[in-house]
Design a protein. Structure first.
Length: 205
């Protein structure tokens, strides 16, 4: 493996992206423990940070023709999707125009936040699982694939979901939701320090 490739997988921006990705995946795996407003509020903090870290990933090229191993099963995907869908309920649906299918349609297409979150989860969880194996060559290829998927697929999914959740947070939920205490409108809070916890790992010694 070339030194340039090795530098990519141990680059500070890569380390920070891995940390935020792990936090995001863990957050979605604990959806059943969340309240709706807490989930929406925390998502709107994690998603932009995740987008920022992905946009700063260093360039790298694949070393092998075959794709890295995948780990997320259909059952894993469906568990995340269904958990988010159940939590958001009537707030899960939204209309989207930033889809390839829009070329064949004059009207927005119905999408769900839950499917978008599960799509992002699948790409990031597969990436993290390969990184945990600790093999430089496969780590490099997983990073290259993740960057490709961010540019072509899940980056746009992330932005679409953020737009939908922003509407839920600041318009729909703000209009009134009887089942939760109005004093708890921000729900479970996550501080900036918590979001950045562990990001110092990439600092030079």
């Amino acid at each position: 493996m070339k030194d340039n490739d090795a530098r990519a997988i141990f680059d500070r921006n890569t380390v920070e992206f891995v940390t935020v990705s792990a936090e995001f995946c863990g957050f979605l795996e604990r959806v059943s423990e969340k309240k709706r407003k807490a989930f929406v509020d925390t998502s709107l903090k994690l998603l932009p940070l995740l987008y920022l870290k992905a946009s700063l990933l260093p360039e790298c090229v694949r070393l092998d023709e075959a794709d890295p191993e995948t780990f997320v099963t259909e059952g894993d995907y469906e568990l995340v999707r269904s958990s988010v869908s159940a939590l958001l309920a009537e707030y899960d649906d939204y209309l989207d125009v930033f889809l390839d299918d829009m070329v064949y349609s004059d009207t927005p297409i119905r999408q769900t936040v839950s499917e978008g979150m599960a799509d992002i989860y699948q790409s990031l969880k597969d990436f993290i699982c390969v990184f945990q194996l600790g093999l430089d060559r496969t780590m490099n290829d997983a990073l290259a694939v993740c960057r490709e998927q961010f540019a072509e697929f899940w980056g746009q999914r992330l932005l679409n979901v953020m737009r939908a959740l922003h509407d839920v947070r600041y318009r729909q939920l703000a209009a009134g939701e009887a089942e939760e205490d109005e004093n708890d409108i921000f729900g479970e809070k996550i501080t900036e320090e918590e979001l950045y916890e562990g990001l110092e790992m990439g600092d030079d010694e």
